[in-house]
Design a binder for this molecule. Structure first.
Ligand SMILES: [Zn+2]
Length: 109
């Protein structure tokens, strides 16, 4: 069976939601898996410190989420070199519980 013949989601068993875009794309066993929808690279440190800039993504998780919501990729640069967002999301479900992080200054101590 070729990839084209597989039903949607056939390759997605065990996947988890991307922290940046909420689509269920990420393989939790692969520590630096990259999201097929928004291009975010999953990273423990960035997910623990979502308002800090770290490698490998180079922007904060919060900023990456806002970029995705605004332009369809975690950094605007990728939009010009990627297929349209509607095509990228077509084979993925979105976690209904995913929400973008609030702005840092809205969080009370
Ligand atoms: Zn993503």
């Amino acid at each position: 069976m070729t990839n084209e013949e597989k039903p949607p989601h056939a390759n997605l068993v065990g996947r988890v939601a991307c922290k940046c875009c909420g689509y269920i794309t990420m393989d939790p066993a692969e520590y630096d898996d990259q999201c097929a929808v928004c291009d975010w690279t999953q990273d423990d440190i960035q997910e623990r410190e979502p308002y800090e800039v770290h490698c490998p993504n180079g922007v904060t998780l919060r900023e990456a989420q806002q970029n995705f919501l605004r332009c369809g990729s975690y950094v605007p640069y990728y939009v010009s070199v990627r297929r349209p967002l509607a095509e990228r999301v077509a084979q993925y479900a979105r976690d209904p519980d995913w929400k973008p992080l609030p702005p840092l200054d809205s969080m009370s101590p």
